[in-house]
Design a protein around this ligand. Structure first.
Ligand SMILES: Nc1ncnc2c1ncn2[C@@H]1O[C@H](COP(=O)(O)OP(=O)(O)OP(=O)(O)O)[C@@H](O)[C@H]1O
Ligand SMILES: O=C(O)C1=C[C@@H](O)[C@@H](O)[C@H](O)C1
Ligand SMILES: [Mg+2]
Length: 203
């Protein structure tokens, strides 16, 4: 069921549209796509954008790509089509972008829920689980109204429930697990690049 939302073809988002002031990029020794997975607030969008710039890669955020295609916000897709409709669109877009070499792809927090999504992630790229504690995650998203699943009476409880349900799924797909802890984003990106530089790609 597609409701009345659009689903256009749009180009991927640039990690740095201006290109100005970008320091020299350090490419990885492979061009397999990098997939960032993790809970809401894990830093997939924030770290992903910086990571892509540092690696000289294109950055795609699956939630933003979906919003571009539909012409409305994620919350509106949830309102019109429910979570099931959102998940169908998410799977279709993940299938598309997970085939793109040389990108850094920030997935949505629930992208690991569908078995076929987990297969795309595991088979097509290097999956990094950005891990953080429930308390840290809640601190990061508490004041943000853009996450429809947290618009409940008890957003903290909901977040902790989702974390419990999803943790095994993030672990299942991850080739690398990276604890963001409370380190600043720039430091997290440097540490992550070092892990990715040494990551052994299995053929
Ligand atoms: N390592 C970090 N340290 C401190 N703050 C962070 C860190 N990572 C992300 N944040 C902050 O947490 C908030 C949420 O981060 P972000 O939007 O990148 O999460 P996300 O994983 O993309 O979540 P979603 O699944 O909802 O898209 C942002 O305000 C961001 O600046
Ligand atoms: O954790 C989730 O299920 C979600 C996270 C966001 O990235 C969005 O994909 C949407 O709000 C759902
Ligand atoms: Mg995000």
């Amino acid at each position: 069921m597609n409701g009345s939302l659009r689903f256009d073809a749009v180009p991927a988002q640039s990690s740095d549209p201006s290109g100005a002031d970008a320091p020299a990029a350090t490419p990885l020794p492979y061009d397999n796509p990098i997939f960032l997975v993790g809970m809401m607030g894990a830093g997939k969008t924030t770290i992903g954008r910086h990571l892509a710039r540092s690696l000289g890669r294109e950055f795609v955020d699956l939630d933003l790509a979906l919003q571009d295609r539909c012409g409305v916000r994620v919350a509106t897709i949830f309102e019109i089509e429910g979570e099931a409709g959102f998940r169908r669109r998410e799977t279709s877009l993940l299938d598309e972008y997970s085939r793109c070499p040389g990108i850094v792809l920030a997935t949505g927090g629930g992208a690991v829920l569908a078995p076929e999504n987990r297969r795309y992630l595991k088979e097509r790229g290097v999956v990094v689980y950005l891990r953080a504690s429930g308390d840290e995650l809640y601190k990061r998203v508490a004041r943000d109204r853009n996450r429809p699943l947290l618009q409940t009476e008890d957003p903290r409880g909901r977040l902790l429930d989702l974390l419990r349900q999803r943790e095994p799924l993030y672990d299942e797909v991850a080739g690398l697990v990276f604890d963001t802890g409370s380190m600043p984003v720039s430091q997290a990106v440097r540490a992550l690049i070092s892990l990715l530089q040494n990551y052994e790609i299995s053929s």
